[in-house]
Design a protein around this ligand. Structure first.
Ligand code: PLP
Length: 424
């Protein structure tokens, strides 16, 4: 009997196997049939410290014994209060307000609504959002609107709202990007929305901290809000708690999700500065922030996030991340000697490279073949077209890193029809 489950980003018509996971631990997924897979992509970038982290799972169990969901409009609870206070403490001082939602996409939707609400409540309505080419901000209609257009969203394009797009800063193009941003900012857009330093789903594309800092300055000079989507880059992925930190950048609005609970359970926050909050402050109910989701600030999810933050406070997480970076660099350096590897790069725990000289599209078959090849060898990889990347949980051990990099190397050596793949 076929399963009624309809999976995300899965073409069921291909009949590809869908392994059933029964247990997770550290950097591993264990399937019902007893196989072990190394989770080289942190289960789509969510798992930070490791799967089933004992402190986070214990916090979830404990909170579940106390409270389930409660209405959050006009009500509050200790896990949400503690978490918000702690988030304000660990992020730059101007970010003082914490709005809860439940996914990266909703954190971006909330950010966009906050930005538009800010301008509207100031009596100067602005509706245009500036984004970066190749950006990704989620799969809701709003998220797709501010993200790259392509095969992912072609059927929905007539519904997506217009945005202004600045080019991605390819090497040597920094000034052109800054000029484009400057020109857009003169048109008085509501906000610039960017993924700081690394464009994730767009192909693990890196750009410099100095460029990010320049972009931030241009926005400030033109009174354009700066929204940082750190849904992927947050929680140490790039080597610091936030990617913005590497550039000394403080956004007006900050989106966090994925690693917020260590990757254990869904939760997101959109953090904002005082002026954004205060623009919605009034004795007029018509000016409140009109957004909620049923599960806003779920107490169990907040408890998981509080446990994550305790781990950050009490354990040497940044040192662990730095060490993982070094251990990956050695392996990347070896892999980079292979003739088919192009543009090898690493930032913090994120390693990426292109395979071969073919143009990258998401459906590019090299990545698909590598994914299947790795699966057979107990490694979960999910290349983006011909861009391969490794983004493991911070607890991964050397043997598992060797399995990941060894599998990629073996693929490059042994894939028999490799030559043909680049003929197109
Ligand atoms: C994953 C991601 C999102 C969307 O988050 P979901 O939890 O999948 O909705 C938004 N922005 C960035 C940068 C992401 O990587």
């Amino acid at each position: 009997m076929t399963s009624p489950v309809w999976h995300p980003f899965t073409q069921h018509g291909l009949g590809e196997p869908i392994p059933q996971v029964a247990r997770t631990e550290g950097a591993a997924l264990h399937t019902a049939d007893g196989s072990r897979y190394v989770d080289a992509i942190s289960s789509w970038w969510v798992t930070t410290h490791g799967h089933c982290h004992p402190r986070i799972m214990a916090a979830i169990a404990e909170e579940a014994g106390r409270m389930d969901q409660i209405i959050f409009a006009g009500w509050t609870h200790e896990p949400a209060e503690t978490l918000a206070a702690e988030l304000v403490r660990i992020t730059p001082e101007p970010l003082r307000h914490v709005f809860y939602s439940d996914s990266g996409s909703t954190s971006v939707e909330v950010a966009l609504k906050m930005a538009l609400g800010f301008w509207d409540n100031r009596g100067e309505p602005r509706h245009r959002i500036v984004v970066m080419e190749h950006g990704y901000h989620g799969d809701t209609i709003g998220g797709m609107s501010v993200g790259a257009r392509g095969v992912f969203n072609r059927p929905y394009q007539p519904l997506l709202f217009d945005v202004a797009t600045i080019p991605f800063p390819e090497p040597g193009q920094s000034q052109a990007v800054l000029d484009a941003l400057e020109a857009q900012c003169r048109e008085k857009p509501a906000a610039l929305l960017v993924e700081p330093l690394v464009l994730g789903a767009g192909g693990m594309k890196f750009y410099s901290a100095s460029l990010l800092a320049e972009m931030r300055k241009i926005c400030a000079a033109h009174d354009v809000l700066f929204i940082a989507d750190e849904v992927m880059t947050g929680w140490g992925r790039t080597g610091t708690l936030l990617a913005c930190e590497r550039a000394g950048v403080v956004p007006d609005i900050l989106c966090l999700s994925k690693g917020l609970t260590g990757g254990a359970i869904p939760l997101a926050v959109t953090m904002a500065t005082a002026p954004i909050f205060e623009a919605h402050l009034s004795d007029d109910r018509a000016r409140m922030f009109f957004h909620s989701s049923s599960y806003t600030a779920n107490p169990i999810a907040c408890a998981a996030a509080n446990a994550n933050l305790a781990i950050w406070r009490e354990e040497p997480v940044l040192a662990r991340i730095a060490d993982l970076g070094d251990r990956q660099q050695d392996r990347l350096d070896r892999l980079a000697t292979h003739a088919l590897i192009r543009n090898p790069r690493r930032l913090g725990t994120i390693v990426a490279a292109e395979i071969g000289g073919g143009t990258s599209t998401y459906l590019n078959s090299v990545g698909t073949r590598l994914k299947a090849f790795a699966m057979e060898r107990g490694v979960l990889l999910r290349p983006l077209g011909n861009t391969i990347y490794v983004m493991p949980p911070y607890c991964i051990e050397d043997a598992d890193l060797d399995a990941i990099y060894g599998t990629i190397a073996e693929f490059l050596e042994r894939e028999p029809r490799m030559g043909d793949l680049f003929a197109f």
